[in-house]
Design a protein around this ligand. Sequence first.
Ligand code: ADE
Length: 247
Amino acid sequence: MTLAILSALAEEQQGIFEQLEQARRVIHAGREFGLGVWHGQSVVLALSRIGKVAAATTATALIEKFGVERIVFTGVAGGVGDGVQVGDVVVARDFVQHDMDAAPLFPTFEIPLYGQSRFACDPALTAMLLEATGAGVSSASGLFSLNQRIPQVHHGLVASGDRFVSAAVEVQRLQARLRAAGHEALAVEMEGAAVAQVCHDYGIPFAAMRTISDRADDSAHVDFPEFVRTVASRYAQAILAEFMQRL
Ligand code: ADE
């Protein structure tokens, strides 16, 4: 049963490709895929790139071309839920597209012709990822200290859209619109809902985790590449190593 490990950024996968047995690289759809065996499991490493369309293309290629049977996503996100702080990790329960609005033809946020706004992650794969995240965060967070605070693991709704959210007024507006429709999001990012929808279409189990790199507000001044390299990539690798033991 081949597992796809899909990451937003190359830094998160560098260490993993080096550990693959029988490793080979394949170029398809203008993307590089890394095939091999990791922790005794057949895996395909791929990058989503940025935005919903790019992520949907990568997910579709993983399923159609490489025959993956489950997908796990690692990346970073802006924390928007109460108490979701930089350095915390959010494991997605489900996804909504915060920039989908076909009103008045369909309710705001509803994906036209699907009759639903949210796409759920696979409960069994997500339970494994939650466990692995708890274990991975405690081992990785010992390596450095962030804000003098023990990182928290959150589980809930993640909102995706083709915008890097970087203003307090925008976050407030976005949260207010989502709440008015009954959606309480913990984090915002730019790919997850697209991958969740593709996985729904193909019946492929999907789970996702995001390390919080910023609060999506005006003080989202953290050095983004630096955060990914020093914090998020270590979390991703520690969590994925734990995850592989649980598969
Ligand atoms: N990924 C990480 N931070 C983000 C933000 N503030 N908005 C959208 N995607 C993000």
